[in-house]
Write a protein that binds this ligand. Sequence first.
Ligand code: SF4
Length: 259
Amino acid sequence: MDQVSLRVGMTVWDDEVEMKMTFPAGPARLESLLPVFQQVANSLVDLAEKRAAAEGRVVSCRKGCGACCRQLVPIGEIEARQIGRLVGDLPEPRRQEVRARFERARERLAEAGILSALEKREGFVEDEIAPLGLAYFHLGIPCPFLEEESCSIHADRPIICREYLVTSPAVNCADPKPGTIDQVELPGKVWTALARAGSAGPPARFIPWVPLVLAPDWAAAHPDASEPRPAEELVQSVFAELARRKGGPAPPVAGGRTG
Ligand code: SF4
């Protein structure tokens, strides 16, 4: 099968970083390229972690700490469909078990009176998520994928989960208060770039997002109707969104085709 290789030149803070990406040639939908963007996010997070370490700040996130997995987790439409498919592909009885957790979470949001607000996601910009996020957090709803305080879908976890790293004590994440969480600064947020590039709607100031706990239902009601496009073009569109943030990586600089 023909493959496309792209060399991506990025200015990350003061350094020039080059990354090579390879994916099947030909028209594609953005969702099929999700592993590429997960890899990009992993690379940027690695750089951010090293930069924090050089400043004497050590990441306190550890396996077995699921404090942040009771927060409101916003994901883009592409990733919401991935979560929907991932749940659908689980073997039984695991699938029923996880679906029941999603249903229970929905019921609790409805009982608390915040379900409809979460379903009107287009009414929020990034900065306005906080009050809703606080109300959500106080409900203490664990992510349906959380098992013994660890992520049961670690390799497939949403990009925002990869991008959330703190250097403050883990206990602070379990009881977040203003000014107590020291998040590792990233050179760009891949999840928001992907969310904007992957939205079916017109470009807007809103980040088109779906709460992770509502993702399977949302995905079932919103099948991907996008037209396949050249993969290089799709990759470029995400990097263009990423570059819009001040200091973010620059778009891809070169492409090639391998057999
Ligand atoms: S997907 Fe995994 S890392 Fe993300 S909130 Fe759920 S359990 Fe936590």
